[in-house]
Design a binder for this molecule. Structure first.
Ligand code: P6P
Length: 354
């Protein structure tokens, strides 16, 4: 049994417990510059938000007023759950008096929210889905929060936040929190993908997985097959293919963060294609598919709308949606091959019809 103590007499498990998120960011940036310190502090505040939300969720079955609906409908036209509102407010509150984040854009808010005391010093914008998969809350299944950090470029006097309507390669950091059997925070600042697990006894997120890479190919396909009737023929062709070939397994929880997390670790593909009711798909670009696309590319995978890389997509509005095909390179390419084949057939038919 290797000695748990190194020659310097330091307990190795102590060093592991000191690998906190804020320290990791500074190590990844290999810098103690003011910008590095700002990003480290910013990630630490996100960790605080995660702990507050995780604590609330752990009480949800026991404390009045945590579960259920508020009776309101959000900008997406979706019924708002109490937990959505609470989590949305948590992210705002943790950045007050921070001098870091001037503006927050959330799935739950039609317009960005400004924290006056942080503007214009705070050069960062936080884009987030405070609770993703909230339909799972009432049945105690996993849910998540998704975040993306961008530089605030210019002061939008009319609160149009037009500087946010740029592609996903403008992201400085991105990640998610998975509220599952344990609470995990997974993030990237462009130097790989790293996961931290909350140690409730410490109240700290501790590094648990460093430099995560998604397998080149995987068995999982994750999609809501109840939408089969609404899909294009190319997506139907893909589903027919995986139904008829060995080596595939369907996994779908109805909560994007958990389904993505499985793909990140086990390989495969998650897809939410366009449908008759939602031709652009259901998932939002700026605070759902773009952050996850940043992560998957950093982990060696891919994210496509079916016609372009998600990270190249430019939104026309804050709450723009995109179709999404995301996961292992080979699995994403297989889905795209059915899209390309249909396009080829349609072009041939059009030519023949002339
Ligand atoms: P559907 C949850 O409402 C969500 O935004 C994602 O977390 C999830 O992947 C998707 O919608 C599920 O949508 O149409 O399959 O219920």
């Amino acid at each position: 049994m290797a000695d748990a103590y190194d020659p310097l007499g330091q307990d190795k498990s102590l060093d592991r417990d000191c690998k906190t998120l804020s320290r990791h960011v500074l190590e990844q940036l290999n810098s103690f510059s003011p910008d590095a310190q700002d990003l480290s502090a910013l990630m630490n505040r996100i960790a605080l938000a995660a702990k507050l939300i995780s604590r609330r969720l752990s009480q949800s079955g026991l404390v009045e007023g945590v579960l259920g609906f508020t009776g309101d409908v959000n900008v997406q036209g979706e019924e708002v759950k109490r937990m959505d509102l609470y989590a949305n407010q948590v992210f705002i509150s943790v950045f007050k008096q921070s001098g870091l984040v001037c503006r927050l854009a959330s799935e739950e808010m039609e317009k960005p929210y400004y924290i006056p005391e942080n503007c214009p010093i705070g050069r960062y914008t936080l884009l987030y889905d405070p609770i993703d998969g909230s339909s799972n809350i009432d049945i105690n299944l996993n849910i998540g929060s998704i975040f993306s950090i961008r530089q605030q470029e210019g002061m939008d006097e009319d609160n149009s936040a037009s500087d946010l309507l740029q592609n996903g390669r403008k992201q400085i950091a991105a990640g998610y929190i998975l509220y599952g059997p344990s609470t995990m925070l997974v993030y990237t600042i462009g130097t790989g993908v790293h996961a931290f697990t909350l140690d409730p006894s410490l109240g700290e997120f501790i590094l648990s997985h460093e430099n995560i890479t998604v397998p080149e190919i995987g068995p999982v396909y994750s999609v809501n097959e109840g939408n089969f009737w609404q899909w294009s023929e190319s997506i139907r062709d893909y589903i027919r293919y995986v139904h008829r070939h060995e080596g595939y397994t369907a996994r779908y929880s109805g909560a994007l963060v958990g389904d993505f997390h499985r793909i990140l670790f086990q390989g495969g593909v998650f897809l939410y294609p366009g449908t008759i009711k939602k031709p652009e798909g259901k998932l939002r670009l700026l605070y759902e598919t773009a952050p996850l696309a940043f992560l998957i590319e950093q982990a060696g995978g891919r994210a496509s709308t079916g016609t372009e890389e998600i990270l190249d997509a430019v939104p026309e509005k804050l709450h723009a949606r995109t179709p999404v095909i995301i996961g292992s390179k080979e699995n994403v390419a297989l889905v795209e091959s059915f899209i390309a084949e249909r396009k080829r057939q349609e072009a041939e038919e059009a030519l023949a019809a002339k």
